[in-house]
Write a protein that binds this ligand. Structure first.
Ligand code: PEP
Ligand code: MG
Length: 362
């Protein structure tokens, strides 16, 4: 691991000797991965692949994928995206040099990918040969009134499994390429978002496993990997016992878990939450510092039920709370294995993890 300079480095060294919780990072660009690695991140806890899809050079293919009305249309777009995704993952694996990397399969609110401007429709039409009017009709069909509760997360994977298949293939092709080139095998942990039921995870895990086997057969080489899930819906927390029959790890998505448990929109809460905090309804902004009594109870219940089924179930947190010291103290109490924070919060998380361990020991 790279060494940090001076007193800062010494402090971090003490923290590392003391803490039990591992600290990972939420990152998806090679630059962010590098920053986090230099700050001591021990792996990627969340790589949000949808951010890669917004890249200006590939957005037309992404829109083609979403707007295609049938599987061959989607596959044509996915064929264009596969080499780019493979390069995305290979770069991350190279930077993280043998550390575990949790890559979350696509989880966009669909409307973020839909074209709105005339020029955007024209771009997709030019890239696909489809008619602008047809594309507009299809975009109108895909409109959702409440996209955050709509066709996102694994619901996309269930309806369009070829998207997750492409991403899984890119992950395994990249892992084998890096393992061959460097002699050090990456450790991919493929994560399925917005799971509510065991069956969803079972279906999506089958897609990932099939892609892995196909790539391993083609390349004549295997890499170890895990398939797990986000726990970010109350139903998933409640049914964690059976979800752990399929999932090999859980990562708590406390942004969505807070939104869905409190019934408060994570995007609009600013309008009234400060009044709630002033009046003591919530001690702190629950999107910043975990609502330990409500959301926290679901986290500890899911941890207990998940480990009841699978005692070695790996548990982490990748919501924003993973970089908040008070929430990290809670993660220590619940017995999570790691927290994952944005790159610049990694040192804070290392320190907070050490403080939590000292408090737990006392
Ligand atoms: C979450 O919901 O906590 C999470 C980490 O995922 P995202 O913020 O991307 O929805
Ligand atoms: Mg989420």
């Amino acid at each position: 691991q790279p060494e940090l300079a001076g007193d800062f480095g010494t402090l971090m060294e003490w923290a590392d000797k003391t803490r039990r919780l591992r600290v990972r990072t939420n990152a998806e660009t090679p630059a962010d991965c590098k920053t986090a690695h230099e700050f001591g991140a021990e792996g990627i806890g969340l790589c949000r692949t949808e951010h890669m899809f917004f890249d200006a050079a590939r957005i037309a293919a992404v829109r083609q994928m979403i707007l295609a009305s049938d599987e061959p249309g989607r596959r044509a777009a996915l064929d264009k995206l596969l080499p780019e995704q493979r390069d995305d993952f290979a770069e991350i694996f190279l930077v993280m040099a043998g550390l575990p990397c949790t890559i979350r399969l696509l989880d966009p609110p669909l409307h973020e990918f839909l074209p709105h401007e005339e020029a955007e429709f024209a771009d997709v039409a030019a890239a696909t040969g489809l008619d602008v009017e047809q594309l507009k009709r299809r975009a109108a069909e895909l409109h959702e009134f409440n996209p955050m509760l709509g066709h996102r997360g694994c619901r996309l994977g269930v309806t369009y499994p070829e998207i997750y298949e492409m991403q899984a293939r890119a992950i395994f092709e990249a892992a084998i390429e890096v393992a061959t080139r460097t002699g050090q095998a990456p450790i991919p942990e493929v994560m399925i978002p917005l799971v509510a039921t065991r069956r969803e995870l079972e279906l999506m895990k089958a897609v990932v496993d099939r892609a892995a086997e196909a790539v391993f057969a083609e390349k004549g080489r295997r890499v170890d990997y895990l398939v797990g899930t986000m726990i970010e819906l109350p139903r998933a927390a409640l049914r964690a016992g059976e979800i752990a029959e399929v999932g090999e790890f859980f990562s708590f998505g406390t942004n969505d878990l807070t939104q869905t448990t409190l019934g408060v929109s994570r995007d609009d809460a600013g309008r009234f939450l400060s009044a709630y905090v002033e009046q003591g309804i919530y001690a702190k902004d629950p999107f910043v510092s975990l609502d330990v009594e409500g959301v926290g109870e679901l986290v500890s219940l899911a941890a207990e039920r998940g480990r009841g089924t699978r005692p070695d179930l790996k548990l982490g947190i990748c919501g924003e709370h993973g970089g908040d010291p008070a929430s990290i103290a809670f993660c220590e109490q619940v017995g999570l294995d790691y927290v994952s924070a944005s790159p610049y919060r990694v040192p804070i998380a290392r320190l907070a993890a050490a403080q939590s361990a000292l408090r737990a020991a006392a």
